[in-house]
Design a protein around this ligand. Sequence first.
Ligand SMILES: [Zn+2]
Ligand SMILES: [Zn+2]
Length: 191
Amino acid sequence: MSDAIWQDPSQPAPERAAALQAAARGPKDLKRLGKWLDDHGDAALRAALVARGRAAGVELDDDAVGWPGKRLLRRSLGRETEARERHNPIRMDEAFTCVACGRSVPAAGRTARDHCPYCLRSLHVDNVPGDRAADCGGRMDPFEVEVRGHEIAIHYQCTRCRAEKWNRAVTDTDVPDDWEALVRLSSGVLG
Ligand SMILES: [Zn+2]
Ligand SMILES: [Zn+2]
């Protein structure tokens, strides 16, 4: 793609955006072209992608011009929502080593284990619980708990991208969430 039209800033931005979208056929193209957008994409091209996405009925706020290239390109094509729906029913539950406290965490068994039962910290890997579809990968720290009927919900914020989410506390498995850690968190102390 040595002289592809989207690489030529003298061409009209809407045409460059259209050509870039047309070239983004599969996941590999998305990754490669998203990377190109990160390294060389100019503001006019990014704005044109947002405009084309909106024209096609995709909800995109003004921040989208500054998104990572792959995300911007994928979303401008209306594919992010699609991917989320496809991944949604796949709830992954795996053993892992906690990045925060280093302890080995067994799979939960009955539900998707999305945080460490010992220190309660989590990773920003899900868009919806268990889907492992988020690109961020930042550490998520809990900052409050809420009792909801028979469940306890833990409120998280990502230390990298500041996204917030709620996870359910795991209480009914062999290795449940540490009760004292939950109590400390409910009094505003992060252990
Ligand atoms: Zn931990
Ligand atoms: Zn994040």
